[in-house]
Design a protein around this ligand. Structure first.
Ligand SMILES: *Cc1c(COP(=O)(O)O)cnc(C)c1O
Length: 362
């Protein structure tokens, strides 16, 4: 007996919730096809079609991931080898000497790449404090590219994205690093941004077992430029990584809801703990900034935690902490600031671990 042709979600993108899109987008749907696009480790294809070589023309596995994240963000997606490779591609398609504005407190790797280009005279980069909305409005008029990250990594400051995209006489291209918010929290293309980028290494992959990045452009022409940059520079993802990222994306909505609920509980408890001087929690998401009175006190907490692992990175099912001022490029953040990525463990177990580590400090 033949089954139907399957659910063609593309006809119904506007009516489906992100949670449903995360499940249905990027699947083969013909009769007899596997429900999941397999891992296709191809470098080349039989001659005679437009698909000749994977670096230039992609693979079915990358495309399945791109289709799914593109549906969630509402644009044209291109997968890259890592999150930082997306920034390199966005910089690659700028003219020489272009002006770029970036938040003072934002991912150290992004600022590091831009500083490198600035030092070599290839770009003119300025850093703007996240909350300086007038500074961002000026940049939207004067710069070629505005790079936004909100909440910022690691200080969890917010930037008013709609104010920047809607800036009067805006000429700058607006890029939003949506790694922390995820498309469940916010879809920046719908707020007027030109490009969204993700480090899918973090929440989208969700299991700390892959490196992958993705750009999602509002405009097909810019998407093509970014894809051409990927081919030219060879910043292509691996087949296994793209497959794992798509598998991670399927459960992102439920992981995020659960981890964010735990984060809200822990942020509240931490705010009332006497050893904690400040809690940064923007109100949703899985990241908490927890400040102690000194670098030494924060180091002691990181070393005393047992269930919560002391390691860099974020967004996985396992809880991680790190004192960011120890990292090259983040020396200017508060010395006692611990970045806490809240995982999928039981909130009570996490709180017991935190309480024990915080009282070890007293
Ligand atoms: C980790 C991270 C990146 C870089 O991603 P990689 O996959 O490590 O290259 C970019 N932006 C933010 C906000 C990040 O947290």
């Amino acid at each position: 007996m033949k089954c139907g042709g399957g659910f063609v979600y593309r006809d119904r993108v506007d009516e489906l919730s992100p949670r449903t899109l995360a499940i249905v987008a990027g699947r083969p749907h013909g009769p007899g096809e596997p429900l999941n696009t397999p891992i296709v480790p191809a470098s080349t294809y039989g001659a005679g079609t437009d698909r000749a070589y994977a670096r230039q023309n992609g693979t079915p596995t990358w495309e399945a991931f791109e289709e799914a994240i593109g549906a969630l963000e509402g644009g044209h997606a291109t997968a890259f080898a890592s999150g930082i490779a997306t920034l390199a591609a966005i910089v690659d398609v700028l003219p020489l000497g272009a002006k770029v504005a970036v938040p003072t407190f934002s991912y150290a790797g992004s600022r590091g790449l831009l500083a490198h280009e600035h030092e070599r005279g290839r770009l003119v980069v300025s850093e703007i404090p996240p909350g300086n909305t007038n500074g961002w409005l000026d940049a939207a008029r004067e710069a070629d590219l505005v790079w936004l990250e909100s909440p910022t990594n690691p200080t969890l400051d917010l930037i008013d994205i709609e104010a920047v995209t809607g800036a009067p006489a805006r000429t700058a291209r607006v890029v939003v690093d949506n790694t922390f918010a995820t498309p469940l929290g916010r879809q920046p293309l719908k707020l007027g941004a030109d490009v969204v980028v993700h480090s899918a290494t973090k929440l989208i992959g969700g299991h700390s077992d892959l490196l992958l990045g993705v750009t999602i452009a509002a405009d097909e022409e810019l998407a093509k430029e970014l894809r051409d940059s990927r081919s030219r520079n060879g910043a292509t993802p691996g087949a296994l990584e793209a497959w794992l990222a798509l598998r991670g994306l399927r459960t992102l909505p439920v992981r995020l809801a659960e981890q964010a609920s735990t984060a809200a509980k822990l942020a509240d408890l931490l705010a009332r703990h006497p050893a904690v001087t400040k809690v940064r929690y923007p109100g949703e998401g899985i990241m908490i900034g927890l400040e102690l009175g000194s670098a030494e006190a924060a180091d002691k907490v990181c070393a005393s935690l047992a269930l919560i692992r002391h390691a860099t990175s974020l967004g996985g099912v396992e809880s991680l902490v790190e004192r960011r001022a120890t990292m090259e490029g983040d020396r200017h953040v508060p010395p006692g600031l611990i970045r806490f990525s809240v995982g999928l463990e039981d909130p009570d177990d996490l709180w017991r671990d935190l309480e024990r580590a915080l009282s070890a400090d007293a």
